[in-house]
Design a protein around this ligand. Structure first.
Ligand code: NAD
Ligand code: ZN
Length: 368
């Protein structure tokens, strides 16, 4: 079990990564037992039970609400019954919310914690690989609006992030690949050594990267430390340091949005988005072609669903300019200067994006 602290001055998040965390609850310094309100993924009824038992054993009182994880949960309407539940059960400022599930539950319950009584404490218990390496940490919480994803949210840091490797055993392969997409994102954008490790260890198959608990633990820790460093420099995402974590996401979000959020897993869309961002980085004269060819060779082996038939470019460009990350009507991209050297806030022309999308649509993915 490994731990580190993200200290933001106004508060701290303690991060734990390892096996059998519920059996080691005492060590996790969650503070004096109080009332816990746990919102957990219905799929996890069995594995959550151990957490509930162990929390109770330590003196916590635990109320549980089971919810279905999906992008639909991230809406003000779906949160209404959860606010009602907290009010009726008398949750107060000393209560702690636990979000046990993937990124959708983390985002929604983090938002619930950040807004109920103007903010109560919360503990993030991410259960997908994607949530363990990325969304579980950093305090970005949000729900969606019919006009766009993650448009309503608050920054609200969790007291603790508890990444139990046991959860990953029941994850379907597609969810693992989606999480690997984010891991690879960290490598290519920020950490050449991580990228090279991923290339080397996946020569016989990507799941080899996740074959031993030690290797998974170290991948999760590496990613969370990279994320924590960016969050520490730029908690509110205004200075560009945090924006580099969005490498591959501008096009990725477009591909998710135009397929209604139910065709791609988030990390799969990001894998396509990264391939596009590599191409764009070359078009912009930033990335040497040799590096681009190497990255493209690697990314194109990942088994992700095909890109769907494109809508017209004008519509896609409009969608890109509505992205939260756009400025003054033109989308800003995170591009690469080299492997591990992402740069944010790059302006690109409509023609460059059009050429990139046309190229991307001719490419295959590693799906059999
Ligand atoms: N806040 C952030 O910084 C941040 C960063 C990246 C992504 N996100 C958000 O995260 C969301 C995607 O997260 P996700 O991919 O984890 O999605 P998710 O929460 O929908 O989980 C994916 C699927 O896995 C299932 N599942 C969860 N844990 C499981 C387990 N241990 N075993 C078996 N099945 C399990 C869920 O029921 C669901 O069907 C998106 O809404 C995205 O916007 C947020
Ligand atoms: Zn992401």
């Amino acid at each position: 079990m490994k731990t580190f602290t993200l200290d933001l001055g106004h508060g701290k998040s303690q991060i734990w990564v390892g096996e059998n965390l519920p059996m080691r609850l005492k060590k996790l310094n969650l503070g004096p037992p109080t009332r816990a309100f746990m919102v957990a993924d219905t799929r996890l009824k069995r594995s959550a039970q151990l957490w509930i038992e162990q929390l109770r054993k330590q003196g916590w009182s635990v109320e549980v609400r089971w919810v279905r994880a999906s992008e639909n949960l991230k809406s003000l309407m779906q949160l209404e019954p959860l606010y009602r539940w907290l009010i009726q059960k008398g949750a107060d400022r000393h209560s702690v919310l636990f979000a046990m599930g993937g990124g959708t539950i983390g985002d929604a319950v983090g938002f619930l914690a950040g807004t109920y009584l103007r903010g109560i404490r919360w503990v993030s218990v991410p259960t997908t690989l994607l949530a363990q390496v990325d969304s579980g940490l950093g305090g970005k919480t949000a729900v969606n609006h019919p006009l766009g994803k993650n448009l309503i949210g608050v920054f609200h840091q969790p007291d603790a992030v508890l990444c139990d490797l046991g959860f990953l055993k029941s994850l379907p392969v597609r969810e693992l690949i989606s999480g690997l997409g984010e891991i690879i994102k960290y490598g290519i954008a920020l950490d050449r050594k991580l990228y090279e490790f991923c290339v080397k260890k996946s020569s016989h198959g990507f799941l080899d990267l996740l074959s031993s608990p030690k290797s998974v633990e170290s991948l999760i820790l590496t990613c969370l430390k990279l994320k924590a460093a960016a969050v520490k420099k730029d908690e509110y995402d205004r200075k560009g340091f945090r924006a580099v974590l969005n490498w591959g996401h501008t096009l990725g979000h477009l591909f998710e949005a135009e397929t209604g959020y139910d065709y791609f897993r988030h990390g799969e869309a990001v894998i396509w988005g990264m391939r596009g961002a590599v191409y764009l980085s070359v078009l912009q004269g930033l990335l040497p072609e040799r590096d681009a060819a190497q990255i493209e060779k690697f990314l194109s082996r990942l088994p992700v669903p095909k890109l769907k038939r494109p809508s017209g470019f004008a519509k896609r460009w409009r969608q890109l300019t509505h992205d939260k990350k756009s400025k003054g009507g033109s989308p800003k991209f995170v591009l690469l200067r080299g492997i591990g050297l992402a740069v944010s806030d790059q302006k690109v022309s409509p023609n460059q994006v059009k050429e990139t999308l046309a190229w991307l649509h001719q490419q295959k993915s590693g799906v059999k």
